[in-house]
Write a protein that binds this ligand. Structure first.
Ligand SMILES: [Zn+2]
Ligand SMILES: [Zn+2]
Length: 273
C-alpha cells in the first residue's frame, strides 16, 4: 500500500519553495499513490491586514487553471485542494463560501492560523500571555472554526499554536485542556470531518500534531477518520515521517486512513504500512 499526502504547498502559496510541477514530480518519485495541494487562501490574513514577508498572496485563477491542466496528465493521482485560514468574521466566511463555489476544489482543509488578531506562529502572539491563555485561546478558535459554513473536509494541524511557541516545554497536552479538546473532537466526529495528523510539527515537542494523547481520546470518543499529511512547503518534506506516524496510529487502534476525493472517501488500511 502506498501513502497519500494531501496537504502540500507549492510556490502558488506565498511561503512555498518549489513549483507545482516539481512537487508533483517529487511526490511520484517518493512513491506516493496520490498527492494533493492545499494552497493558502489567506482571507484571514487579508481581513486582519496581515502580510507575508514577500507581500505575496495566492493568484487563485492562475492556481486553478494551472493545477487543473496538470491534473489531466499528472504522474500520479493529483487532487487540487485549498487550505482555508479560518477567521470568525462574517465577510471572510462569506468570501470563503463564494470561493468554494466558484472553484470547486477537490477538497478543502480548514485551518486556524490566526487567533486574537495575529498568526500564532509569530512571537507577537504570545506576548503578555501565559501558556494556558495562549493555548486555550487557540483551542477555542479551533472549536469555532468547526462551525464554518463552507464545505471543508479536513481539520488541519490541531495544535498549530505549539509549533513555534516560545516555551521551554512547548508541548500541548490533552490533560491540560480536556474540556476544550473534548469539545473539538466531539464536533469533528459529529460533523463527519477528517482529523488531520500533520507531520510538520516543528518545535511542538511531538513528532506530529495532534499527538497520540489527543488522538487516543478522539478514538475513545468514537473518532475513526484520520489522515496523515506532511504540510510540505518544499519537495524534500513530502510524506516525511509517514511510516512512523502510521505505525503510531495503528498502535493506538486506528485501522484506516481516510482521504476525501470528489468520488467519495478513500480508505487506506493502516496495517499495510
Ligand atoms: Zn496551515
Ligand atoms: Zn498548510
Amino acid at each position: 500500500m502506498k501513502f497519500f499526502d494531501f496537504h502540500n504547498h507549492s510556490t502558488f502559496s506565498a511561503d512555498g519553495a518549489c513549483s507545482l510541477e516539481r512537487m508533483l514530480f517529487s511526490a511520484e518519485k517518493k512513491g506516493l499513490a496520490a498527492f494533493g495541494t492545499a494552497e493558502h487562501f489567506d482571507y484571514d490574513y487579508k481581513a486582519l491586514g496581515l502580510t507575508y514577508e514577500n507581500g505575496r498572496f495566492l493568484d487563485e485563477d492562475s492556481y486553478f487553471s494551472t493545477a487543473r491542466a496538470l491534473q489531466k496528465n499528472a504522474p500520479l493521482r493529483y487532487f487540487v485542494g485549498a487550505e482555508f485560514g479560518f477567521l470568525e468574521e462574517e465577510k471572510t466566511l462569506a468570501n470563503y463560501c463564494a470561493t468554494a463555489k466558484k472553484y470547486q476544489p477537490d477538497f478543502i482543509v480548514n485551518s486556524v492560523h490566526v487567533c486574537d488578531g495575529q498568526d500564532c506562529w509569530f512571537s507577537s502572539y504570545f506576548e503578555g500571555k501565559d501558556k494556558t491563555t495562549s493555548y486555550s485561546n487557540y483551542l477555542k478558535a479551533v472549536r469555532k472554526s468547526l462551525d464554518a459554513p463552507y464545505p471543508y473536509h479536513i481539520v488541519a494541524h490541531v495544535g498549530y499554536v505549539s509549533r513555534n511557541a516560545p516555551y521551554a516545554d512547548a508541548k500541548i497536552r490533552y490533560q491540560d485542556f480536556p474540556d476544550l479538546y473534548d469539545d473539538i473532537l466531539s464536533a469533528v466526529i459529529e460533523k463527519g470531518k477528517i482529523l488531520e495528523v500533520n507531520t510538520s510539527a516543528r518545535g511542538a515537542g511531538s513528532a506530529f500534531l495532534p499527538d497520540l494523547d489527543v488522538l487516543s481520546r478522539y478514538r475513545a470518543l468514537g473518532g475513526r477518520k484520520v489522515c496523515i499529511s506532511s504540510d510540505a512547503h518544499d519537495e524534500h518534506r513530502i510524506a516525511n515521517g509517514f511510516e512512523e506516524c502510521a505505525k503510531a496510529l495503528f498502535s493506538v487502534g486506528f485501522s484506516v486512513l481516510t482521504y476525501p476525493t470528489p468520488e467519495g472517501e478513500v480508505l487506506l488500511p493502516l496495517d499495510e504500512f
